[in-house]
Design a protein around this ligand. Sequence first.
Ligand code: PMP
Length: 383
Amino acid sequence: MIYLDYSATTPVSYEVLDTLNKVTKDFVGNANSIHSLGVKSSELLENATKQIADIFGIFPNEIVYTSGATEANNMALIGVALANHKKGKHIITSKLEHPSIYAICDYLKSIGFEISYVNNDEEGLIDFDDLKKLIRKDTILVSICAVNSELGIRQPLKMIRQIVKKENMATIIHSDMTQAIGKVAVNFRDVDLASMSGHKIFGPKGIGFLYKSSMVKLTPLIYGSGKSNDLKPGTPPLPLIASLSKACRLANVDLEKRERFINLLNEKIVASISKHSDILINKTKYSIPQILNISLMKVMPESFIHAMEKHEIYFSTNTACSSGDLSSSVMAIYNDKTRAKHTIRISLSYTSTTDEINKFLKIFDEEYTKLRGLINNKTKVEM
Ligand code: PMP
């Protein structure tokens, strides 16, 4: 198998699986229980959380565990909206967000909030002048992803923070960092809230966290019992949390070295694929090398994905979460419907190998040429 869909999800690494196994087996107590089994679990919970906090330079009480980034995004956006609706109802987001952010914004709009979508330039960079103009006295939240999930466009969060806070100190900044963590260096202190997900960094599915600066107040979305956290009551899923902690530790090693290697693979793919004149490379100077988006202008991406799947080679149409739709990110940058309808996303990891990429490129050429031939013949017959 050649797996090139790491931005959709990653396999669980052996080390993480080992932690998951051991903690499931050896820590049976509920971390909220006061007896010794509970205390043992609660101590592990504390250590795992401290490790995550240390890795990202934040405090343990600024971590709220969630089932993943979708839940963290909900907790952040709806939590801010409900906690601040008396101060204002205006929210700003970008045109390069994950579909979960748009779904939450649509919900908030339906209950009376006003959503503005900041423009970006042709390279995908947030238009700072537009952002400045959009911020008002009643702007309670700005949510901008650190790395876009379709084209891998990375935003300068520090700069965005400076602009936002200069215009309105009270505006809270959230960033969906799901595609950034484990790929590029992030600084949680550039924002007030940040979402992440374990299954993008070789951790298990079903666990992630929301970073919540202690300065920010959120209205909880879930009510229940348990001493662990006001925003996420209930029994903490300790095996998942310990595994997430392990995954975070392994993800944040040699980031730059890994990125350099992935960049070589990315450039190799681009050089090879560029020889097909009807394939467009959707890459800007802000795209990170782990995510490579292309448009097969004359071939339906679904047909190509299924042709490649026969060789056990896997990648996505735009994102796993919005398959079948127009790619909103390609529209936001190239404003071309055919280009946005025909995208595929090849996503790489530091575990990808040169050998895999060579094989992928060989089969890519064979299958693409076959599909193009079929289309050419069909067009001739129809004429
Ligand atoms: N945000 C981004 C940027 C993502 O890439 C994803 C996963 N595709 C999500 C949110 C949703 O994450 P999860 O599957 O953990 O809910």
